[in-house]
Design a protein around this ligand. Structure first.
Ligand code: UD1
Length: 418
């Protein structure tokens, strides 16, 4: 078990390179199993969730090899079925993409239920509804899930909520379905587009990814290809918020600025300076920041994965603000930890009311989930004194090399193995 020790009070300065997008990599890596030829996936973030996916693919008979620090070669030609009986060592939410892949390629898949961060009920009824519309049958127990079909036939599927996971999963299952599948009220997150681009690079016929309506015309086969994952907008957003909270001046490099617009807009509203240079952004403090209200929404709204570091930033200012969480029902568990550091936050249902006191104080805290962990690092950076963060395996699941990246920006953070 490791922990982070952070001495607060340093203004971040310098340049940070952004890694490949966790959520895109976790969809694209399993998607390679749809194809019977080798694929090379570049710009993969070296995070724990990727390592778990490597284990999942190896366990079903795929050959997975890192060919350099960020490129993975996957050969799923010998995979005969996806029938995972044993509980996965560290089960992750994105293991649900094996459902779409298994149905798509083998018309059958059976595996333990997905895990992931404890941020609400995290249902998968839209995934099931989508697969059933294509002709699949589901068998669900309290521990495992099985989908099977004789044949998948394209259909029109309306999602009641623009679910990221369901949109991608239906795309994966529909790639080989007979005829056309239409997903209405589809999610529009950048990783939906990235996954569709990857599938199309293998020979799929998917149009409309990034809009509300995605059309998938079934194809007979897919071919191997080389593909690079897009940069991680949530990682980039975390460093942007950290720059604002520490009154810093940093360059966020290797990004797609368009994907960051929801966060850029909020930071500018608060008074941060932001300059765009091609694939980088300069994020700099120039005047006292003002509190703002935030409502999380599916893309292009403000991302739910960044409300936690924003709660830290808002707590570090003077004045009142509000965060409304409209994507997940229970995503404020981290607030208890922030309160230990002096934050004045009142949560009622899906709304957090923040009374910024202008100061946070270092103490021992516990990362309750991935994004909460990132928020606690930002809190440690602004706090007076020393912050000790336990439970940091949550952070390692989704942030590559986080302490070194922050150290390069001047932060005083170290990892202690206990
Ligand atoms: C993905 C991301 C996660 C991000 C979230 C929202 C990955 C691996 N994870 O999670 O980082 O926070 O999108 O941007 O990409 N829902 C249902 N039924 C379903 C599916 C979802 O009711 O079948 C509900 C969920 O409980 C949640 C909301 O819809 O309240 C959004 O979920 P969804 O977009 O599916 O998120 P995930 O794919 O779990």
């Amino acid at each position: 078990m490791s922990k982070f020790i952070i001495e607060g009070g340093t203004k971040l300065k310098g340049k940070v390179n952004i890694s490949g997008f966790k959520n895109a990599a976790l969809a694209i890596i399993p998607s390679t199993v749809l194809c019977k030829e080798k694929c090379i996936i570049e710009n993969i973030p070296m995070i724990e969730d990727v390592k778990v996916y490597k284990e999942i693919l190896t366990s079903i008979g795929a050959k997975v090899e890192m060919i350099d620090e960020t490129s993975m070669e996957i050969d799923a030609s010998e995979v005969k079925e996806i029938n995972i009986i044993k509980a996965l060592p560290k089960n992750i939410r994105a293991s649900y993409y094996m459902w779409g892949v298994g149905l798509g390629r083998f018309k059958r898949v059976s595996m333990p239920l997905p895990g992931g961060c404890d941020i609400g009920e995290r249902k998968f009824d839209y995934h099931i509804k989508g697969f059933e519309a294509l002709g699949a049958t589901v068998e669900l127990t309290d521990k495992s899930i099985t989908f099977f079909a004789d044949k998948l036939i394209g259909n029109r599927i309306y999602l009641d909520f623009a679910s990221v996971g369901a949109t991608i999963n239906i795309m994966l299952a529909a790639v080989y379905a007979v005829g056309r599948t239409t997903i209405e009220n589809a999610a529009k997150e950048p990783h939906i587009v990235d996954t569709a681009n990857f599938l199309n690079a293998m020979g799929a016929d998917i149009k409309g990814a990034g809009t509300d309506v995605i059309r998938i015309n079934g194809v007979a086969e897919l071919k191997g290809c080389t593909y690079g994952v897009i940069p991680d907008q949530i990682e980039a957003g975390t460093y942007m918020v950290a720059a604002a909270a520490t009154k810093g001046d940093i360059i966020i490099d290797g990004i797609i600025p368009k994907h960051l617009e929801p966060i850029t807009a909020k930071l500018v509203e608060m008074g941060m300076g932001i300059e765009e240079y091609g694939d980088s952004l300069r994020v700099f403090y120039e005047k006292e920041l003002v509190p703002v209200n935030i409502k999380t929404l599916p893309y292009p709204g403000f991302p739910t994965d960044l409300q936690q570091p924003m709660a830290v930033l808002l707590s570090s200012l003077h004045g009142e603000s509000m965060i409304e969480e409209s994507v997940f029902e229970s995503r404020f568990k981290y607030v208890d930890e922030l309160r230990k550091m002096g934050a004045d936050i009142e949560v009622s249902d899906r709304i957090a009311k923040i009374k910024g006191t202008g100061v946070l104080t270092g103490t021992d805290v516990n990362a309750t989930d991935l994004r909460a962990g990132a928020a606690l690092i930002v809190a440690g950076l602004v706090a007076e004194g020393v912050t000790e963060i336990n439970g940091i395996y949550h952070i390692d699941r989704g942030y590559e090399n986080i302490e070194n990246k922050f150290m390069n920006l001047g932060a005083r953070i170290k990892r202690i193995k206990s």
